[in-house]
Design a protein around this ligand. Sequence first.
Ligand code: HEM
Length: 137
Amino acid sequence: MDMHLLMIGLQVVHVGMASFWLGTIVLSDVFLWPAMQAMGLKTQVQQGLLRGPLAKTMYVVATGTVLTGYLRGWAGGAFDHLYSLYGVFFVLAGLLGVFATVWWLCGRARAGPGRTVWLCSMAGMFLLMIGLRFTAP
Ligand code: HEM
């Protein structure tokens, strides 16, 4: 198989899913939840959404982002460069990705300090992606 084509395909899926994941978080936290809170609807809407297709979609998108991230790294030779800044960023992103997904699945990311920890892990992954871009071998 052409590794270059595979890498491009994985990057398309990875960046697509990651943008969706991060985009929904920014939309919810910056605009939707504050507006819902002001109307006294936040908890009701969140519970309704958890019962609908959004929860399943987010499950696929979160695990898909992390999985395609690992695969994109593998296809691009990241495992041959683990002892470099690029490798460190890659490993940190991988750990944060698993942490963020498990934390969210355990229901710890919904509110309060648990949500703050989770948002920090998402912001950390975003920064690590920029780091990967500029340290790629
Ligand atoms: C919030 C989660 C994530 C977001 C928003 C995200 C976003 C992105 C974006 C936009 C790129 C393209 C960078 C560029 O070419 O300029 C990228 C590349 C990449 N991502 Fe992610 N990503 C996330 C999570 C992960 C995780 C968890 C991993 C590892 C398991 C990962 C591994 C990679 C790799 C290896 C590349 C290619 C870097 C390169 O060599 O140029 N990503 N990601």
